[in-house]
Design a binder for this molecule. Structure first.
Ligand SMILES: [Zn+2]
Length: 222
């Protein structure tokens, strides 16, 4: 079987995380979320984690090499058949550095999967979310609770996360556009970008991604 070395891109609320979960189940690929990876290393006090902690304590960004080292280690441990990378790279120079690091391990990306949705859709999806303190999630339009502002499962009051407020979502989107658009161009120029319409249903997007990956594998064999 050929490797599936994949990067996930897309704005918050486009369904990237849901698709990642499905792909993990379909192909048995490890999901490498760089936020989790960093937390894991810090919690386990690994050498890389301790180095990262030091930068953070000094109020500095964790250098790209350090993040890439964590990613490569994870790929070597679990990513024999491929991986799903989420949260890194976030800029074209990071993408370049990652490509070089993978090449040193005789690996290369298979594709960058971009799950897209217009800002308007993202704002509507995220700002409509309501959660209870146990983490049950509703949407005021698409998945409303039976009784207003109360969780169906445990009767706890529902509220809106600070991060989900419209202003906060707009801010996240503007950061996303600024940083990710050059990245999209980077992968497009290298013929690695595959676009998916995140306004479609989860199953439709999933089917489209699966079909695309199947085609990529066929092409590889020719
Ligand atoms: Zn609940």
């Amino acid at each position: 079987m050929s490797e599936l070395n994949l990067i996930l891109l897309g704005p918050p609320g486009a369904g990237k995380g849901t698709q990642a979960g499905r792909l993990r189940d379909d192909f048995g690929l490890p999901y490498i979320g760089t936020g989790d990876l960093l937390r894991e290393h810090k919690a386990n006090e690994t050498e890389l984690g301790n180095q990262a902690k030091q930068y953070m304590q000094e109020g500095k960004l964790v250098p790209d090499d350090l993040v890439i080292a964590m990613i490569l280690e994870k790929i070597e441990e679990e990513g024999e058949d491929g991986f799903l990378l989420d949260g890194f790279p976030r800029s074209a120079p990071q993408a370049e550095a990652l490509a070089e690091a993978l090449a040193r391990k005789q690996r290369e990306l298979t594709a960058a999967l971009l799950v897209e949705a217009p800002d308007k859709v993202v704002i509507e999806r995220i700002s409509g979310r309501r959660v209870c303190s146990a983490g049950h999630v509703y949407h005021v339009v698409y998945d409303p609770p039976k009784h207003d502002s109360v969780c169906d499962q445990d009767g706890k009051p529902l509220s809106q996360r600070e991060d989900d407020r419209e202003e906060a979502v707009r801010k996240r989107l503007s950061v996303y556009h600024e940083t990710t658009e050059p990245l999209i161009d980077f992968y497009e120029e290298r013929g690695l970008l595959r676009r998916f319409d995140g306004t479609r249903s989860v199953t439709e997007v999933h089917d489209h991604i699966r079909a695309t990956l199947a085609t990529l594998r066929l092409e590889e064999r020719l």
